[in-house]
Ligand binder design. Sequence first.
Ligand SMILES: Cc1c2[nH]c(c1CCC(=O)O)Cc1[nH]c(c(CCC(=O)O)c1C)Cc1[nH]c(c(CCC(=O)O)c1C)Cc1[nH]c(c(C)c1CCC(=O)O)C2
Length: 338
Amino acid sequence: MLDTLRGAHQPVPPMWLMRQAGRYLPEYRALRAEKGGFLALVNDSAAAAEITLQPIRRFAFDGAILFSDILIVPMALGQKLWFETGEGPRLAPKIDARAVLDGFVPDSAAFAPIYETVRLVSAALAPETTFLGFAGSPWTVATYMINGQGSREQAEARRLAYTDPALMEALVDRIVASTIEYLLGQIAAGVEAVQLFDSWAGSLSPAQFERWVIAPNARIVAALREHVPHVPVIGFPKGAGGKLPAYARETGVDAVGVDETVDPEWAHASLPAGMPVQGNLDPLALIAGGEALISAADRILSAFADRPHVFNLGHGILQDTPIAHVEQLVAHVRKGGR
Ligand SMILES: Cc1c2[nH]c(c1CCC(=O)O)Cc1[nH]c(c(CCC(=O)O)c1C)Cc1[nH]c(c(CCC(=O)O)c1C)Cc1[nH]c(c(C)c1CCC(=O)O)C2
């Protein structure tokens, strides 16, 4: 997979699945029940390392992704983070004024258990399995910091970007700096490539997309290039649609993640020649299984047959995904499709 991310074309694409470590696996649910919740798992390096390895043992994916969360950076910047059972993340206080941001006391101690997880996984992983680190992209992380939780429309963050761009810029600056430190720390501890998750990139107008998605991701990529030029960066601007080619050209990422709403033929025709792509099976096709899964996978395999391709979902695997369907997909991709 590392070769693919560096631009090598392979007849059978390497594969992994976003959110491959998680709730669809009974062994994950058992460990979570034992340790008392998601954040307890993330901060328990031995448990987090075990969870990172669970999907590798089961499916022999070509990539292992660090078990952690994109919301560790807000914690390191001074926000409180917790998870409401059955609902999702909560961050406090919400950022609605410069004074709130200035009241935060950054503390990189939040990164220490994650780096320890990386060291443990790195020691345990077979050399042919690529170890991926990750962080959230600044815009996506900012939406959670401003809203205090997930929201469908990102209304508060999008509003703030217009009403107080100076505050937004100050927040994004802090996230960029912390994210660079965090990714360099993961790399020093042993990850071999990193992914930037911009899950809410799709919520912005083209001009706002340039300012809050392309520009901050470009700053992170430039800093990584300077310090660790051998480490590939995958950018995943979910929902970017027609803005994907600009994102691919202007951020400097090595590879681009494509979500399931994008036509793979269009992506192949529109993205820079030779640039590795990752994606983009609909997580619902994986739940469906059978012929629906096989034909959806084949469409993607054939669209990206002539360029470096990492097979993946277009977004995270869903909780109610049958394990047998994951096995079916792995077997199908490994034989190169139909
Ligand atoms: C937006 C976002 C978050 N986290 C992440 C994103 C970006 C990708 C995306 O859009 O899905 C990224 C993430 N979150 C998690 C990983 C680990 C690695 C992996 O297997 O991909 C990664 C890469 C674990 C997790 N992060 C979370 C879980 C579920 C925790 C549990 O209930 O056990 C896992 C396995 C919790 C989480 N974390 C977050 C939310 C909104 C939630 C609650 C919603 C949900 O449960 O899916 C923030």
